[in-house]
Design a protein around this ligand. Structure first.
Ligand code: 13P
Length: 336
């Protein structure tokens, strides 16, 4: 088994998932503003250190995606953040794209940037302890979107990124996110997500990326948030499985979903059903940002010194999702 495949399996073993704590400073500031906490470097670290030192990290969180600021920070106990994560039994990872910018030649679409100088930055992150990385391509659905240009350009960038990351002995998380914003139906989401994922794999294969050494981070198949009809959780799970089964090569060991604006419970329930019906060999787990942190952030904001209380809220969410990644979750477990 390759070293990269081992890292994937370690991150996703026994229902473990990934904590996506890689919000850029801009996004983190927005999150902190919603709970009325000033977005200082110290506060951003305090919230994150609170989560990273929670007991739930050890049995539930196989990897943490960090942002550039955080991977270089020292904790209150004077260790570096990646060391804290490793000591908790988890693996540190890093977001390496530099954000989605307007895509020339297309209306209202984005291309993710960050390839220039990436090899050098990867070497630095590797030295800082990163074992895996993340790059997110983003697509919206409308009458004309995602356009062929956006599907092609983002897949190309994801493949070049992945190839560089594997060259540096780290696992690339490949994240093509088809957004849920819009009035599209679930079947449009299914169609567009399939096209986007297939194009990503065409490019990954062209760029000789070792598919056994990647984690795919896709969206679930959902109706747009402004669509008149929502589909049931059962349908979400079945459509998501059908889409991934037909679009993802079987060499890929693991899939870790993003939550994409679903509520915490919805994201957990859908993951549980996906695993209940999983008729593939893919490990199906989570790589949640908002759906792992929302309640903890809200609780923390009431008293940012209440570390234990905040950790309790986070531990619960991590445990629920790890159960869902093993199809062992039920609604009753949410109470208490
Ligand atoms: P959400 O789970 O909040 O969608 O975040 C996951 C992520 O990493 C987006 O890039």
């Amino acid at each position: 088994m390759s070293e990269l495949n081992n890292i994937v399996l370690k991150i996703l073993e026994n229902g473990k998932g990934i904590l996506a704590a890689d919000e850029s400073t801009g996004t983190m500031t927005k999150r902190l503003e919603t709970v009325k906490v000033p977005s200082t470097k110290e506060n951003r670290l305090l919230f994150r250190e609170t989560l990273f030192s929670a007991s739930g990290m050890t049995n539930c969180i196989g990897g943490v995606i960090l942002y550039d600021e955080t991977i270089k920070q020292e904790t209150s106990k004077k260790s570096m953040v990646p060391e804290l994560i490793s000591n908790m039994g988890s693996l540190p990872g890093i977001k390496v794209d530099t954000g989605a910018k307007a895509l020339a030649g297309s209306d209202n679409e984005k291309i993710t940037e960050g390839l220039d100088g990436l090899r050098e930055r990867l070497k630095e992150y590797y030295k800082l302890g990163a074992k895996f990385t993340k790059w997110r391509g983003v697509y919206n659905i409308s009458k004309t979107c995602p356009s062929k240009i956006s599907i092609h350009a983002n897949a190309h960038a994801l493949a070049r990124y992945s190839s560089l990351v594997q060259e540096c002995n780290m696992v690339p998380i490949v994240e093509p996110e088809v957004l849920m914003e819009g009035d599209h139906s679930a079947s449009e989401c299914y169609e567009k997500t399939s096209e986007v994922i297939q194009k990503c794999f065409d490019e990954l294969i062209l760029h000789k990326v070792d598919l056994k050494g990647i984690i795919l981070k896709p969206n679930m198949i959902l109706a747009g948030n402004k669509h008149k009809d929502k589909i049931s959780n059962e349908e979400v799970a079945k459509l998501t499985l059908k889409c991934l089964k037909s679009s993802v090569p079987s060499e890929v060991p693991g899939i870790a979903f993003l939550s994409g604006g679903q509520s915490e419970i919805e994201a957990t329930e859908n993951l549980n059903l996906i695993n209940k019906y999983n008729n593939t060999d893919f490990i199906m787990s989570y790589s949640y940002g908002r759906a792992l942190q929302q309640s903890a952030l809200k609780f923390w904001s009431k008293d940012i010194k209440d570390i234990e209380g905040t950790q309790k809220v986070f531990n619960h969410r991590a445990k629920m999702n790890t159960l869902a990644a093993q199809a062992k979750w039920s609604k009753e477990l949410e109470i208490g």
